[in-house]
Design a protein around this ligand. Structure first.
Ligand SMILES: *[C@@H]1O[C@H](CO)[C@@H](O)[C@H](O)[C@H]1NC(C)=O
Length: 190
C-alpha cells in the first residue's frame, strides 16, 4: 500500500467511525429540529402510535414521546443520551411491572417534571396510578415470578440428572450382561 492509498483508507475509516459514533439521524417517525450548532436536537415523536422508543441520536436534548402506545422501555435504551434535558412521556399505556423501574429511575434523574402525568395503564392494581407514586411493593411482581423460574430450572435439572443416572445404570447392566454373554460364548466354544 503506498502513502496515498493509506491516507485514503485511513480517512475513510475515520469517516466511518465518526459517522457511527455521532449519529445525527432523525428517527423516521419523528420530527427533528436543530436547536443550534453544538446545542443538540429537539425530537418530537409525539402522537405517532409508537409501540417502542425509536433509535435516537446521541445529541438529543429534548425528547417528546407523549401520546403514543409505549408500554415499556427496555433497560439501557436511554443510557447514551447524555445531553438530554427535557422529556415528555405522558399519555402512554405504561405497563408498570418491575421492568418499568428503569424508566422510573431514569425520569427521576432527568427532572421531577418529566414524571408529571406519567401514569400506569397495567397491571390492573396500579391502573391510572402516577408512576412517581409506585412503591417497591407494587414493583415487586417480578420478584414473585423469579422463584417460579428457578423452580422450573430445578425440575429441568432433576429430569436431566434422572436421565443421566438411568443411562449409567443401563450401560452398567449392558456391560455386565455382555460380559456374561461373552463368557457363555467362550464356554460353549470350548
Ligand atoms: C394523540 O394521538 C392521536 C393519534 O395517534 C391523535 O389523533 C390525537 O389527537 C392525539 N391527542 C393529543 C392530545 O395530542
Amino acid at each position: 500500500m503506498n502513502k496515498a492509498e493509506f491516507t485514503t483508507v485511513m480517512g475513510f475509516a475515520l469517516l466511518l467511525l465518526f459517522h457511527t459514533t455521532q449519529t445525527e439521524v432523525c428517527p423516521p417517525a419523528c420530527l427533528c429540529k436543530s436547536l443550534g450548532k453544538m446545542k443538540g436536537l429537539e425530537i418530537d415523536c409525539s402522537s405517532r402510535k409508537l409501540k417502542e422508543v425509536p433509535a435516537l441520536p446521541v445529541n438529543t436534548k429534548k425528547l417528546y414521546l407523549q401520546n403514543n402506545s409505549l408500554t415499556t422501555v427496555p433497560p439501557g435504551t436511554l443510557d447514551g443520551l447524555l445531553s438530554l434535558e427535557d422529556v415528555k412521556m405522558f399519555d402512554n399505556p405504561w405497563n408498570c411491572d418491575c421492568h418499568i423501574l428503569y424508566l422510573k429511575l431514569w425520569l427521576e434523574d432527568i427532572s421531577e417534571s418529566s414524571l408529571a402525568n406519567v401514569r400506569c395503564a397495567t397491571p390492573a392494581p396500579v391502573k391510572m396510578k402516577p408512576m412517581r407514586e409506585l412503591t417497591g411493593n407494587e414493583l415487586g411482581i417480578c420478584k414473585r415470578l423469579l422463584p417460579i423460574k428457578s423452580l422450573e430450572f430445578f425440575w429441568r435439572d432433576l429430569i436431566l440428572i434422572a436421565v443421566a443416572i438411568t443411562t449409567l445404570i443401563l450401560v452398567a447392566w449392558a456391560l455386565k450382561f455382555s460380559k456374561k454373554l461373552v463368557y457363555q460364548i467362550n464356554i460353549t466354544l470350548l
